[in-house]
Design a protein around this ligand. Sequence first.
Ligand SMILES: [Ca+2]
Length: 198
Amino acid sequence: MSLSRTRVAALALFVAAGTALAAPAQAAGGHRALSHFDDGSFESPKVAANSFSEPVAGQNIGPWQVTSGTVDLIGAGFWQAAEGDQSLDLNGAGPGAVAQTFTTVPGATYSVTYALAGNPDGGIALRTGRALIDGQDFQDFSFDVTGKTRTAMGYVGRQFNFVAQNSATTLTFESTVGGVYGPVLDNVQVKECKPCCG
Ligand SMILES: [Ca+2]
């Protein structure tokens, strides 16, 4: 009798463990995964026109989270966006980083594309940063703001691929330049390659 009760308990534990494995995908960093990558254009929330907001680490920008330092969410008309009205300066009061965690298919290849420019208002010419997948450096980037202006930002396209390791993946963009003038990011897109577009 007691043996059979033990076996039932063991079975119940097994079922519970199976349920836990099927729980909503969560990335290594502990961020809650979105069902899909969203708002790579930084259009939400809306910032007052010709102005910007300066979220700090721990705060959200729509589906993004500021994961270190501070960044500037640039409102419509402040300077040229690559897509829509708003863009993101990866330096706020200093260098910052933003991340988003979204559902992925393990083993599938994804293409990340984004538009890159730099804050043209001052500072040293070269704005540097990097894109990370699950905390691992996947692409270093730099942008020279020489000759660029708020109305002619000179956005360039960047692209890289990654193979998803888990059912959720965290994409991070991080500034690696000091000061208040950072790399500018807009129109981030993540697409599963079927086949790959890269
Ligand atoms: Ca935008």
